[in-house]
Structures are given as C-alpha cells and as structure tokens.
Design a protein around this ligand. Sequence first.
Ligand code: SAH
Length: 267
Amino acid sequence: MLILDWTDFFIDLFGRVAAKVFERQVVLRLVKANLFLCPYKFTPSANQKNVTDTYRHKGLRKRMVDALRRRGITDEAVLAAMAAVPRHFFLDKAFEEHAYEDKPFPIGHEQTISQPYTVAYQSALLDIRNGDKVLEIGTGSGYQAAILAVLGARVYTLERQEALYFSAKKLLNDLRFSTVQCFFRDGTKGLPEFAPFQKIIVTAGAPIVPESLRLQLDFPGATLVIPVGEDVQTMLRIKRLSLTQYQEEVLEAFRFVPFLEGVEREV
Ligand code: SAH
C-alpha cells in the first residue's frame, strides 16, 4: 500500500513537472505574441472584437480547461495552450459571456468557431513538435491557428470565405502571431507551393479525403487529421508511411460545418 502511494506520488510529481515545462514554453511563445500581459490591450480593430483579457477571463479559461480534462483531454501542452489563448478575442462581443463554454459559436457567413473540446482533440491528435510545418484548412476565426502557433507550429492556414480570411488575418497580425500565415484559398487543393507538411488539419467536415492533401504530407511519418462524412463526421488520423503507403485510424464522431469547394468573395 505504502509503495503504491509512493508510486502515485512520483507519477503525480512527474506530471506536474512536465506540465510546468510545457507551461514555460507556452509562456515564452505568449510573450513573443504579446499575449502575456494582463489586461492585454491592442489597437481595437473595426470588427468589434473583444480586446482585453481580465483575471475573470483567465478564471473562466481555467474552468474550461478543467472541463476538457474531465472529458478526457490529457495532453498537457494542449491544455496549457488553451489556458493561455483568450478565446473571447476570436468571437464577437455578443458572445463574450459564453466564450469559455464548451460550445461552437457563429463567426458570420454561416460558419462557426469549433468548440473547445474539438480544438483540443484535434490539436492533441496532431502531436505538434516545435517547428513543425502545419497546414490548416478552414481558418475561420483564427483560434485553432493561434493554438497551433502557441504549441510551436509554423502555421499555414487557408480560408475560402474572403471576409473571414481578412478578419482572421488582421486579428492574428494584431495579436503578433508572426508564425501564422493566412491564405485566401480553396483548401481542397492544399498549398502545393509550401508542401510537404509535417501535419495537416482540416476543420470542416469533408465528404472524402482529398488526394491532394495526402500527397502534401511529408514522409515517413507526417499526419493528416480530418473529419470525414456528410451529416456526422468520423475523425480520421492518417499517417503517411512512404510514397504510396498510408495508415489510417478511425476515431470519434463529430459535427463540423461543411468542407466546400471553390472560394466566396465579399460582395
Ligand atoms: N478552425 C476554425 C474553425 C472554422 S469552421 C476556427 O478555429 O475558428 C470551418 C471553416 O472552414 C469555415 O470558416 C469555412 O469557411 C472553412 N472552409 C470550408 N471549406 C473550405 C475549403 N475548401 N477551403 C478553405 N476553407 C474552407
């Protein structure tokens, strides 16, 4: 019994030390992104985003992270990134009160910011290493891209809705996320001029896995995380083993906005 208690003690201690190391890396990246100051202020943009991060917001974020832990997210680096990035910055002011609930919210143009559980789940599946070149399809609000950047990724993110592309690009730029590059593109074709990527993440529900995305994975070992299906999607993690071989894991069910072909311009 005593030995078991000591084992538990050391496992717990090891977990806490590991969490501190990850937190330290996250804090360093936040300092670079000017996000570490509290309350944080930057020049308000025209699109009515929230611009201050108060202790109340931080408290709500901590609660959100506790809820993610209870739902089974165990990746400490992901949890630390989500505790650090102010999600309310990425939502309209009207939703500020609800920004830390585990829910998706409208971001305009019939699109939504993914719910925190989905962001945490996909980020954990990607297992980001410092300096990984990551392609995200579906910039939306820019929140997922910010989380990936805090995890150490060099992010290339594509959006097919021109208005969302402009607002996310401005916000990420205002927040000094210098390792995120935004593109106004149809993501079904990927981003061949910057391929290969170590990780690719699709944040809209795809009817099929686009061949172009498979082919833009580095090999051996690069990973594609993509929800596939019509009404309900199944999360797939596809690893490229060689020029022609892929390994596929079929994971949980989710509901995403649809992955659409072509681009839509502002009118
Ligand atoms: N990652 C986003 C989630 C946005 S919802 C966030 O953190 O907020 C999915 C987004 O994918 C929408 O903005 C939608 O316009 C975009 N999308 C759908 N199909 C696309 C395509 N073919 N290429 C690029 N973006 C696409």
